[in-house]
Design a binder for this molecule. Sequence first.
Ligand code: ADP
Ligand code: MG
Length: 698
Amino acid sequence: MTKDITKIFGSKVFNEECMQDGLASDTYRELQKTIQEGKPLNPKIANAVAHAMKVWALQHGATHYTHWFQPMTGVTAEKHDAFINPIDGGKIRLTFSGKELIKGEPDASSFPNGGLRATFEARGYTAWDPTSYAFIKNDVLCIPTAFCSYTGHALDKKTPLLRSMEAINTQALRILKLFGNDGVTAVKTTVGPEQEYFLVDKEYYAKRKDLIYTGRTLFGAPCPKGQELEDHYFGTIKTRVQAFMKDLNEQLWELGVAAKTEHNEVAPAQHELAPVFSTTNIASDHNQLTMELIQRTAKKHGLVALLHEKPFEGINGSGKHNNWSISTNTGKNLLEPGDTPYENAQFLLFLAAIIKSVDEHQDLLRLSVASAGNDHRLGANEAPPAIISIFLGDELEAILEAIVNDTTYDGVEHKLMKIGASVLPKLPKDTTDRNRTSPFAFTGNKFEFRMPGSSSSIAGCNFVINTIVADELRQFADALEGSSDFETDLHNLIKTTIKEHKHIIFNGNGYDDAWISEAEKRGLLNLRATPDALPYFIHKENIELFERMHVLDKEEMESRYEIMMEEYTKIINIEALTMIDMAKKEILPACAEYAKTLTDGILAKKAVANDIDATYETETLKVISEKVKDATAACHVLEEKTDTLHSIEDFEKAACYVRDEVLPAMDALRAPCDKLETMVDDKVWPFPTYGKLLFGIL
Ligand code: ADP
Ligand code: MG
């Protein structure tokens, strides 16, 4: 029987309807105020809210509650507490107090904190983010929370995101006031993240240590067919995958995640899921849930989902396109060019702020998506290069040109507003002329940031985007608030901003090599690897920026920098150790076994008669011996490099050593091993090949 989607949608979410049902009307109103204004919960109503939540949760089968948070590991964390409370007579009562709702106190000592606190004072606390609804997952009432140390320092990905939403709210409201939008009381950014992932058969996955330990293949020769026919993109979805997607969608809908689009991606076995956009902190929570459920549901269907940015060499990796916009509480999308001159002028001012922010903070945008996994993707002709630029489309660029040059656009004269906003035509929202090679593309009423990696938390890039745009809006508001001739000053501000920053606009093919040299001529940053990008985070002006916007302070930034650099080093160290293990215990022994079979064959033939041809055995044996020798030497080198790495204490030096020494040594080991895979009998090869992984779901 098909389920009624309208009934299952949000059925496991403590949403407004549940609040209204479970709360007295004045408590409900107070809670609504808290949610809409993003204020902390009034402790006076906390008990009533907690009680209503508990009653609802118990009705829906929950036995436990948890403060659900996103520590710096990037995955979500939860510690379950049962509702039970022993009372006299050997009985229990089920309780959940306001105090327990507002604040949790997990032992934080084992979460990455980048030296922010010594272990003895490693207590942290979690605080409910009432703007994100509580929900039930696996019979546990999950309360979305932010995670801080007792000194108030953010230890998670959510806190800076919430603070950045506050910053952009404050600054955007100042701008909107200048344009007379008196009814607007709140501004929020919105995000729709498109999630890519691969599915492989669980049986094959279980035979590959590289997938188990690192999420990507560290060895693997290309199979005869790759993605060249592009026949997978939007292709018919296989029955087994379809069943997985159906199951996944239903679970997401129950949790109020508006999963909307699903399709096969370019690479074989690659898929995409896109939700309808929502407020950024909610979109971020929902994306975490989506990643978790993709993985869990895949297992139920005998599959494993790979969220890694580059699971297969030579095959497109996975990203997470972050569609971003700004909206008012009155429902207006501020990146939607308007109908009136005033609306158009306002749109152009926001656009100018974004262009300026992207240009001035290329470093921050780049590092917001930096990770060991994403380094394989950026600039590999499947994702934007590591260079930041903006795509606006020919029409919008021509309009900006006209503003800069004081000419008319499309032969229509400027009226009403000097900036020519009156002549701004309706911009096409057609997807066909999309530039899919641009890292930061305007798509009619939003920007699509195409660089984030598939496994990353979108909180990371969005707190950066929100903050840098907020800071530009602040500067614009400072410049315009005291103006005695608003229209002239506005015109000049937009004009000079575009003029100064238009070198960041690039409408051409971002995958083209010519762009790399062109970008260099324009003076744009090209930070190729994670350890090239991350140090910019703690540059003086960036610390000042985040402190000014009250998003992160110096200590928090320094600790995050250390965590991110260490994570890079740790990931590649695990990869290197896994390669050594697989080479020594699986690949080389398999090769030795096959070499023996070949030798035995040659000797057997010789024993029959000297002139029986043994060309295949002899030639293969020769190549195998040669490559085994190369692989053995490369394995020794990699072992030496990892030993050296373990002796480096300084985290910056370690990350650079990984980039310069360990990664090349890994490539040097992979090359002979991949060649060996093509020579050795399939029956002897120790793990499933690319063919099985990519085309093995029947
Ligand atoms: P594609 O980029 O694959 O062509 P769409 O442009 O239709 O797809 O949408 C991609 C994503 O952008 C969806 O998740 C959609 O909800 C989201 N999106 C649409 N409008 C906005 C907006 N105003 N703010 C944020 N995201 C949005
Ligand atoms: Mg898209």
